[in-house]
Design a protein around this ligand. Structure first.
Ligand code: ASP
Length: 439
């Protein structure tokens, strides 16, 4: 049995944080493969090493002197190395990096050094083997992650390593140049490594004790989510809840490996389990609430719309022509409403309206902006009567006008449209009815 453990930047920001990580790893012999991020912020005013590297490489591109900022980065690592009493020297590595910067090795190369160097420090600290991600994680000619080649090479390589550190966030292009995933991509590396070693579990250690039922900026001390399915997670992340990189679920999901989100600063907390399927019902019927502001509803009316074959397609092609994707599309007998993102739509609204008139010949079109969408997500809704009723009576009691309701037949979520101004109070009302009062 083995576990893959990924540690985020805040878990590795200082020697003190490194020692916590060391304790966590040594506490369980199964924690054999470690994926570190680059050192993150030590306090609110601090800068992440990845951001320091991006800024430093901007100087390289502008042909300006980059030595001082690069030395500041080296200082960050030296402070950790000294704090841990390691003998490791990164002198030679920084000489190479400086040389490669002069030869314009690229922004991705620069950013990747944060994880690369932290991987070296981590391997030295733990006495684990260091496996450079550039040798085992691959992108294809188009820059897309090459899952199958990576999985073949990585599993073979890690079979030979009893315990190893594999830096997160980057891999190599077919010509050997370095490419990174998008920001937060060490989560993806952790997932890829988990698949390659058939891990029993992918532990993702961060600075919160897992997912919370609602956004803590809106709800004071929201309850944590113990278990969430991949599909629920996708619904909530899409609506703005973020702890894990969106692409991180794909490799482990394929292999049926659960993800456990844990808190480095509270290692005894159980955290959140992200699983394919579970028979554990969530305590509160709903699993989570998330939402976003900034939508526009485009209301289209036409007499006898109901009997006109192809009406919906014509309306949607007006959006497609203008490169706008739609979010939701509830409809009535002679009306249809399309929800779109306000910032994306605003500049093109008149073009879309005239395209709808040209293609679908409606009687009238009306726009309403400054709307928010809230997703109430929960696998438990399927088997519980009255969930929708509870949501709407809570909203009515809070004096909130519901502008749109959408529930898919999967009964995994109910989407509610309210005005931007009602967004926070609507979330509070829903949280309250399901979690606080559990009426
Ligand atoms: N260090 C990278 C970032 O800041 C990747 C990561 O932390 O996952 O985005």
């Amino acid at each position: 049995m083995n576990k893959v453990v990924k540690f985020g930047g805040s878990s590795l920001a200082s020697a003190e944080q490194f020692s916590k990580v060391g304790k966590i790893i040594h506490a369980d012999k199964e924690r054999r493969y470690v994926v570190p991020s680059a050192p993150g912020k030590r306090n609110a005013k601090d800068t992440k090493v990845t951001d320091m590297l991006y800024a430093c490489y901007e100087l390289v591109e502008a042909e300006e002197d980059f030595r001082v900022p690069l030395m500041k980065i080296k200082d960050r690592y030296d402070t950790i190395i000294n704090g841990l009493n390691l003998k490791l020297s990164l002198e030679e590595e920084f000489r190479k990096i400086s040389e490669n910067f002069k030869n314009k090795a690229g922004m991705d190369y620069a950013a990747s050094r944060g994880e690369y160097l932290n991987g070296m420090v981590m391997a030295d600290y733990l006495g684990y083997e260091f496996v450079d991600a550039a040798e085992v994680i691959f992108f294809d000619e188009e820059g897309e992650f090459d899952a199958e080649k990576t999985n073949a090479v990585l599993s073979e390589r890690l079979l030979k390593a009893e315990r190893a550190v594999i830096p997160g966030f980057y891999g190599a292009m077919p010509d050997g140049t370095i490419k990174t995933f998008s920001r937060g991509g060490s989560d993806v590396t952790g997932s890829i490594v988990s698949r390659a070693v058939h891990a029993s579990c992918y532990e993702n250690w961060t600075d919160v004790s897992g997912f919370l039922i609602a956004d803590p900026r809106i709800i004071k001390n929201p309850k944590p989510i113990k278990t969430i399915t991949y599909r629920e997670l996708r619904e909530l992340s899409y609506m703005g809840a973020s702890v894990l990189h969106e692409d991180a679920v794909f490799p482990v999901r394929k292999a049926g490996i659960p993800i456990n989100i844990r808190n480095t600063n509270e290692p005894d907390d159980e955290g959140t389990w992200i699983v394919e399927s579970t028979c554990h019902q969530s305590k509160y019927t709903i699993t989570g609430i998330a939402g976003k502001k900034g939508f526009v509803s485009v209301n289209i009316d036409k007499d006898m719309m109901n009997s006109e074959v192809g009406f919906g397609r014509k309306v949607l092609s007006a959006f497609e022509e203008n490169g706008i994707s739609f979010e939701h599309m509830p409809s009535g007998i002679d009306t249809m409403t399309v929800f779109v993102h306000q910032p994306e739509f605003e500049g093109k609204e008149q073009a879309v309206i005239s395209a709808i008139h040209r293609l679908a010949k409606p009687d009238s079109i009306e726009l309403e902006g400054d709307l928010a969408l809230i997703a109430v997500v929960g696998r438990g809704m399927k088997s519980t009567r009255g969930t929708a009723g509870r949501i709407f009576s809570a909203l009515a009691h809070a004096n909130i006008n519901v502008k749109m309701i959408d529930q898919g037949s999967s009964e995994l979520n109910i989407i509610i449209g309210v005005s931007n101004a009602d967004f926070e109070s609507a979330i509070r009302a829903i949280y309250d009815i399901f979690v606080e009062t559990q009426l």
